[in-house]
Each structure stands twice: as C-alpha cells, then as structure tokens.
Design a protein around this ligand. Structure first.
Ligand SMILES: [Zn+2]
Length: 499
C-alpha cells in the first residue's frame, strides 16, 4: 500500500514539475531528436561507399579552388574541414535536375559549398528539414508565386536554384549578389524556425540578431539610400538573406556602415569574413562592446536544463535510495538541499551573469532542482562511502506494550514503550509488510532518537492483527542498532536487529 502511495505521490509531483518546467522538457525532446539525427547521419555516412576516399577530396579541392574565393583563403586544416563537410552535406541531400538540367558532381560540390561557407562557424550545417535541392538551368516559372524565379526556398523540404544565376553569384565575389548564399540563408533560418534539429549557437544568438534586424528593417523602409540592396525591403527574411550576401562579399563596407549589425551577424554565424588570415574565425570581444546577449532560453536550451531535469527525475530518486540507509531526518535533507542551492547560486552567479543570464526563475530552479539536489546527493554519497572510525552500537530493551481505548475510536490505541532509548519510527514498523521474523530487514526503523523513554502512539493502526503479532515479537526483546559515522557526520546504519 505504502509503495503505491509513494508512486502516486511521485507521479503527481512529477506532473506538477512537468507542467512548470515545460521549457526544459521541450529541451529534452530537442536533445533526443538531435541525438537520433546524429546517429542516423553517422550510419548513413558509414554506409555510403567511398565516403572517405581521398580521390574525391582532391577533385573537390580543384573545383573549389577554382570557383570559391572563400575556400581559397582558408588554411590547409580548414580546407580539409570544408571538404569533409561538403562530402557529408552532399550525401545528406538529393540533388535533382529540372527542365533537362543534368546534375553532376561539380554542381553538387559547388552548391554544397555555399551552404558550408555560410555555416562554417557552426557545428550543425545540415539544414536537416531540407532534403531536396532542385537545380534548374536558368530562371524558372514557379507556379505558387506565378512568377519567374532565380531561386527560392520553401519553409521546409526543398530549395530551388537556377544554376546559371548560382554560378554568376560566385563569378563576381564582390558585387554583393550571391544566389547560393541567399537561398542557403533562407534554408538556415527556416530550418531553425520550423525544423527540429539545428545549430545551438545559431539558436542562442538568433534573437539578438532579429532584435536589431527588425529595427534596421523598419529604418530601411524610410530611408532612400540604404547600404543593402533594395530587395532587402521585401520582407524580414529577404532582409536577412541580402544582409548575408553583403556580409560575405563586402564585409568591410558592411562593418563601416553598420558595425553593430555586422557583429551581430558575425556572432550569429560564428565567423568574421574580415578575418581572412585566421580562417574567418570570430573573436568574441565584440560581444562585450555591443552587448550581444546569448538567449539560452530559446528552444534549443542550455546545459543547465540537463542538470535540472536529471536532478528532478534521477537525483531525487538517488537521494531516496541513499536516505534509506542513512540516519537522517527529512527536515535535514531539505535543509541540505536548500544550503546546497544557496551555495550553488553564490558560486555560479558571476559565471551566469557574465556569460548568459537565463532569468531569475530559471536560475533559482536550476540551483534548487539541479545543483542543490545533485550536491546533496554527493554529500550523502560521500557520507555513505567514506566512513570515520566512530561507530556506535546501542541496545534497546522493549519493555512494555499496553493498550488504551479512546472514546469514539473503535480501534485500540496501542502504545509501545521502550526503555533507555526510544525510536520514533516504530510506528512505521507495522505498516511495513516486509517484516520478517528475525527482523533483520527492518529498514524503516532508521530514525533513531537517542532520547530516554519515549512513548509511541499506534492509534493510526489499520491492521490490528499485524500490530498484535508484532507486539508479541518485540515484547521483552532487545533491539540492536549498530551505526558508523560517515564523512559528513551523519550516521550510516550498519546493522539493525531484534535479538
Ligand atoms: Zn530570398
């Protein structure tokens, strides 16, 4: 009965926690989809024949060296990374020729290069919600829009490109027009907004980018001469795509005209096109100058969610398990958790404040249910594993058991009196149906109170027969409790016997 009660209680608490911690749960969901995605990708790339062939890499290198100036600027180590990513990207997509266009390996390498250039600073470069890239020879008629397009990107699933215009984008690498980068930017953004796996750094800085992007977009509508080309006015997504074209093809003028917007874009993509000698890597110094804030409460979440969730669903159970063997009261455990949470908050406040402030509620929840629970668990574990020399064996004489009848209560009130020292939890004893005759496994007798003559009330008794039998067994016997002090001063029960 008692176990069922605890299961219900725990389930109820878990439900409350589930409802209050919707974001962390969502985070867990995204972590899982992420994991599944990477496992599937690994399987897929292992099964593709020749995935690691060096010959391919050399061929890719020649094409890229010839056509993509971004690639030419990279160091050898980064070129290898670039090639590897292209290889994986090609195998993760279907390239389909339309209107008679024949897709060859060169086409695939070059189109993938646009995606890899854009996401070179990110870890997840797959836009996994896009699986197909349709390649047209020239501008194509797109029925939903009723117009001719050079390229367009759906919110999910496919990207359309005119190969002629794609190549033109790379032929002049400074005219701030690049169809490949433009469409890949749409794919990157839509994949984040509508997909389930995306880059976490991109997600963290997306809000910081869009905040300023929206201000700049509104400003652009009023200005006659904006540094971005007119098409950026079409809508906020085009603004983003056009910004990226400008960003890669003329970063110097972008930075001079709108330095803050430039650095927000750098942070979002985790690269700086002006750092040509350092593989376009980004120094985070600009984040401080422009107060570029990371938003860890987006749906990709933050590592503190993991700690919090594991604390709630595993940490509490782990503490329950340990508490069963340690002589410690519930009040003390709660106090320990609170103290641990406060310690955690003091220790980590500066760190969180400096790097990314997740909000007061999240910070408290994290310290209480994450850090606090796990720190308490560590204290209890340490206490249990590392023992001191101090041991203590006490004998208790069960001396007298008598019954009273209270008016209006049909059940007898049973009082068990134990001389010398008494234990409160004897009241729990009769509820434990696992009690054996030799009393060796009486786990619930843990709360030993080293006080003289204490009377325990059995008035809540549900099954008088069990209690009666128990009374018979305990009467006149000696209760032996052997305990050892652990590292943190709590007693660990070693032996509990009625002899
Ligand atoms: Zn567009």
């Amino acid at each position: 009965m008692e176990i069922i009660f605890y299961i219900f209680l725990y389930g109820f608490l878990a439900l409350i926690v589930f409802l209050t911690l919707y974001r962390p749960i969502r985070y867990l969901y995204y972590k899982c989809t992420d994991l599944i995605f990477w496992i599937r990708l690994k399987k897929q790339s292992n099964s593709v024949e020749g995935f690691r062939l060096k010959g391919d890499a050399k061929y890719y290198d020649e094409i890229l060296q010839d056509k993509i100036s971004y690639y030419r600027t990279l160091s050898n180590a980064s070129k290898t990374k670039f090639l590897n990513r292209i290889n994986r990207f090609i195998y993760s997509k279907k390239f389909i020729g339309k209107e008679g266009f024949e897709v060859d390996l060169e086409t695939q390498v070059l189109i993938s290069a646009a995606a890899i250039q854009l996401t070179f600073g990110l870890k997840n470069y797959f836009f996994s919600s896009f699986t197909k890239i349709y390649v047209y020879p020239d501008s194509f008629y797109y029925r939903p829009g009723g117009k001719y397009h050079k390229g367009n990107t759906a919110t999910q699933d496919f990207i359309n490109l005119s190969y002629k215009h794609f190549l033109e984008g790379y032929e002049n690498s400074q005219d701030k027009i690049n169809l490949g980068l433009h469409e890949m930017t749409h794919a990157l953004e839509f994949n984040y907004l509508f997909g389930s796996t995306y880059d976490h750094l991109f997600a963290d800085f997306y809000d910081s980018w869009t905040d300023l992007e929206e201000i700049e977009f509104d400003k652009m509508k009023l200005e006659k001469d904006h540094f971005l080309r007119k098409y950026a006015k079409a809508n906020i997504h085009e603004f983003f795509a056009v910004s990226v074209e400008h960003f890669f093809e003329d970063p110097a003028s972008f930075k001079d005209t709108a330095p803050e917007l430039y650095y927000r874009l750098c942070t979002l993509l985790n690269q700086d096109p002006l750092n040509t000698y350092g593989d376009f890597s980004l120094s985070r110094a600009s984040n401080k100058i422009y107060h570029i804030k990371r938003n860890v409460l987006n749906r990709s979440g933050h590592w503190s969610y993991s700690i919090m969730l594991s604390g709630i669903f595993l940490g509490i159970l782990a503490i329950f398990y340990l508490v069963d063997k340690i002589d410690i009261s519930t009040a003390k455990i709660i106090l320990l958790v609170l103290c641990s949470a406060v310690t955690g908050a003091i220790l980590q406040y500066t760190y969180f404040k400096k790097n990314y402030w997740p909000g007061v509620i999240h910070f408290i929840m994290y310290n209480l249910f994450g850090f606090g629970i796990w720190f308490t668990f560590l204290i209890l574990l340490g206490n249990r594993l590392i023992e001191t020399d101090i041991t203590d064996t006490s004998f208790y004489q069960v001396d007298r058991i008598y019954y009273n009848t209270i008016e209006g209560n049909s059940a007898d009130v049973r009082v068990c009196k134990i001389t010398h020292e008494a234990f409160q939890a004897i009241a729990l004893l009769y509820e434990d149906e696992t009690i054996e005759i030799d009393y060796q496994n009486i786990r619930l007798l843990l709360q030993v109170l080293p006080k003289d003559d204490r009377q325990i009330d059995f008035s809540d008794c549900i099954e008088p027969k069990v209690v009666f039998e128990l009374d018979q067994k305990i009467m006149g016997k000696t209760l032996l409790i052997s305990r050892t002090k652990g590292l943190f001063g709590f007693y660990v029960i070693k032996r509990l016997l009625i002899i």
